[in-house]
Design a binder for this molecule. Structure first.
Ligand code: 6PG
Length: 296
């Protein structure tokens, strides 16, 4: 089930989820791009058992590791260089070898670690491009049809930086136990809708991400969720009364959106249409009546 959460602080939520996955599991895949940098910086100061943990990469640009366009380089600055105690094993993609030599080397690394089985990544983090690409899987490119290899080279990326890439394939990505997208900004809103509210379509590669486990979470900020279908019209009157077990912060869009996407957000004194006003807090132990009336 895809769980879409619109949050004021998606980077914080991503950092927390990464920390939990690292403390509970062994193999976590990081994404590149600029969006996750804040999450990595937050993760660096969190309580994580880094020993016997391995960090992998979803894709890499074919540049040296100290190049400013390097995803490994970004992760070093935002996370690894900030760790004081134990450090994880880091399996970076050798992008400097070129798209296919780099892909072959990383494919061997994965087989060395996981044998012939698909890699058992505990958590795999992905970003999303404005063209709905993820990792370095670009719209309508042959890499999307790969069914055998775990890693391939990409000669011509669909977006800047215009350098060849090394990327995990869909079979490697969809074998992950859990997949989490972190996407922010209004410039991604259309891609978010194509990737997560439309049908599976190679012109929107992220729409092809479907973990066999079913565990897919999409963390968005409000601007990034602007094109997601809103509950604008449906005839439903639902009312439930319960006592809150913890303080709950309400924000207008979140209520309706999350209420329909996860049962943990069933919070509203009374909700009729958009007149929800500014965020408010319902304290622990309050009797809450959640009611929604709208038309699809
Ligand atoms: C890369 C990434 C890529 C990234 C998206 C979003 O190497 O570029 O892995 O898939 O996640 O392009 O990038 P931003 O976060 O910079 O918008």
């Amino acid at each position: 089930m895809t769980k879409t959460l619109v949050l004021e602080d998606p980077a914080g939520a991503a950092a927390e989820r990464l920390a939990v996955a690292l403390n509970e599991g062994s193999h976590v895949v990081l994404t590149g791009g600029s969006t996750p940098r804040a999450a990595y910086e937050r993760l660096a100061s969190m309580e994580v058992e880094w020993e016997n943990r391995t960090l992998w990469f979803g894709d890499e640009r074919c540049v040296p590791p100290d190049d400013e366009r390097s995803n490994f380089g970004m992760v070093c600055k935002a996370l690894l260089d900030r760790l004081t105690g134990a450090t994880p094993a880091v399996r970076r993609m050798p992008g400097e070898l070129g798209p296919w030599k780099g892909a072959d080397a990383y494919e061997n690394d994965l087989h060395a670690a996981f044998g012939d089985e698909p890699p058992q990544f505990d958590l795999l983090l992905l970003g999303l491009g404005p063209d709905a690409h993820c990792a370095s899987l670009f719209p309508n490119q042959p890499a999307l049809d790969e069914r055998e290899r775990l890693v391939v080279g990409v000669e011509r990326p669909g977006l800047a930086p215009e350098v060849p890439r090394v990327t995990l394939t869909l079979p490697a990505i969809n074998a992950a136990t859990e997949i989490m997208f972190l996407v922010t900004g209004a410039d991604k809103a259309a891609a978010v809708a194509r990737a997560f509210a439309g049908k599976a379509d190679p012109s929107a590669p992220a729409s092809l991400v479907a973990p066999a486990s079913g565990a897919l979470t999409v963390l968005l900020d409000p601007p990034g969720s602007n094109w997601m279908p809103r509950v604008t019209q449906f005839d439903l009157s639902l009312s439930r009364t319960f006592r809150t077990r913890q303080s709950i912060v309400l924000t207008p869009q979140l209520d309706i959106f999350n209420a329909l996407n996860s049962n943990t957000a069933l919070t509203q004194v009374t909700t009729y249409g958009p007149a929800l006003g500014n965020p408010s807090t319902i304290l622990t132990g309050r009797l809450v009546r959640f009611q929604i009336k709208a038309q699809f």
